[in-house]
Write a protein that binds this ligand. Sequence first.
Ligand SMILES: NC(=O)C1=CN([C@@H]2O[C@H](COP(=O)(O)OP(=O)(O)OC[C@H]3O[C@@H](n4cnc5c(N)ncnc54)[C@H](O)[C@@H]3O)[C@@H](O)[C@H]2O)C=CC1
Ligand SMILES: O=C([O-])CC(=O)C(=O)O
Length: 358
Amino acid sequence: MQPDANAPSHRLARVAAHLNPQRPQMEEGASALRLVVCRAKGGAPGFKVAILGAAGGIGQPLSLLMKMNPLVSVLHLYDVVNTPGVTADVSHMDTSAVVRGFLGAQQLDAALTGMDLVIIPAGLPRKPGMTRDDLFNKNAGIVRTLCEGVARCCPNAIVNLISNPVNSTVPIAAEVFKKAGTYDPKRLLGVTTLDVARANTFVAEVLGVDPRDVSVPVVGGHAGITILPLLSQVTPPSSFTQDETRYLTDRIQNGGTEVVEAKAGSGSATLSMAFAASKFADACLRAMRGEAGIVECSYVASEVTELPFFATKVRLGRGGAEEILPLGPLNDFERAGLEAAKKELGESIQKGIAFMSK
Ligand SMILES: NC(=O)C1=CN([C@@H]2O[C@H](COP(=O)(O)OP(=O)(O)OC[C@H]3O[C@@H](n4cnc5c(N)ncnc54)[C@H](O)[C@@H]3O)[C@@H](O)[C@H]2O)C=CC1
Ligand SMILES: O=C([O-])CC(=O)C(=O)O
C-alpha cells in the first residue's frame, strides 16, 4: 500500500522538508523525501525546472515567475550565495510548484538531477563602459562548470542559456556537451527573447499600438550590431520611414546598454530579462508538453547562414528547437546589417570554441 501523504504521522515530515530547503532531499530521511516527491508527482503533471544563478538580479524575479507557472511541479534554485533566503521566500507563495534550494558547488549535482529544463542566468553583469564580451573571462568558466553539471546529471534536459556573452557562451555549452557525448543541438537554446520584447515595445511606441499586438523577428545574436531586428517582417505588416528604421534598429541593438547606463553601475536588465526568460521558458514547457505551433526567436545551432550558431525563429517541440525557420526576405538595409552582424558573430563563436579547446 502507498503511504498516505496526508496521514498525521507523515504530515510533519513533509512540512520539515519544506522548512529546510537546503537539505530536504537526502538528509532529512527517506520518508520526507518520498512524500515531497509524491506530492510533486501526484498533483497536476508538471516539469522539473532548475534555475542556476537563482539568487541574482535576474534569478530572483525569474524564480518568482517560474513558481507562478502551473506547468512547473518542482523548482530547484541553485546559486553560490543566498539561496536559503530566496528559497524560503519563494516557497511561501501558494502555488503548486515544490521549491528546493541548493547552495554551492557541492550541491550542484543534487540541484540538477532529474531536471527537465535548466535555465542559466549565472554570471557577472555589465557595468557602464563594458561590452558583453568584456564578461567573457569570468562567465565562460562559470557556464562551462554549470554545463558540465548538466551533462553529468540531466543530459536530456533542455537548456535556456542567459549568461553573457550569449554569442560565445552558447558555443561553449555546445563544446561541453560534445566532450561529454551528450550534445543534442535541439536542446541548447540561447535566450534572445529580451531583444524581441524590446523590439515589440519600441515598434509599438512608434506605431501607437499595444505591444502585445506586435511581433518583430530579431535574428543574428545577442550583442550590439549582431542583434538584427527585421522591421520589414513586422506583424501586423507596417512600413517605416528611413529615420524610423534607423532609430528603431539602433534602439533595439542598444537596449541593453540603455539599461546598463540608467542603472549607473548597479547592473544590467534584470526585471525585463526575468519577464522575457519566463516567457521563453513557458514556451519551451508548453512545447515539451506537446502544444503545437510554438515559434520563438532563439540563438541556436543553425544552418541558416554559414555560421554554426545564429538566432532566428525556431519552432519549439517536445525535444527543444525542432525546426530552424529561414530568415525570410530581407530588404537592402537588413542585408547590410546581416553582413556586419555575421562578421562580429563569427568572431564571438570562434572565441567560445577556442576557450574549450585550451
Ligand atoms: N541573455 C540576455 O538577454 C541577458 C543576459 N544577461 C546576463 O545574465 C547574467 C546574470 O545577470 P544578473 O542576474 O543581473 O547578475 P547578478 O550578478 O545579479 O546575478 C548573477 C548570479 O549568478 C551567481 N553566480 C555566479 N557564479 C555562479 C556559479 N558558478 N554558479 C551559480 N551561480 C553563480 C551569483 O552569485 C549571482 O547571484 C549576466 O551575465 C548578464 O550579462 C542579462 C540580461 C539579459
Ligand atoms: O546589456 C547587458 O549587458 C545585458 C543584456 O544582455 C541585455 O540587457 O540585453
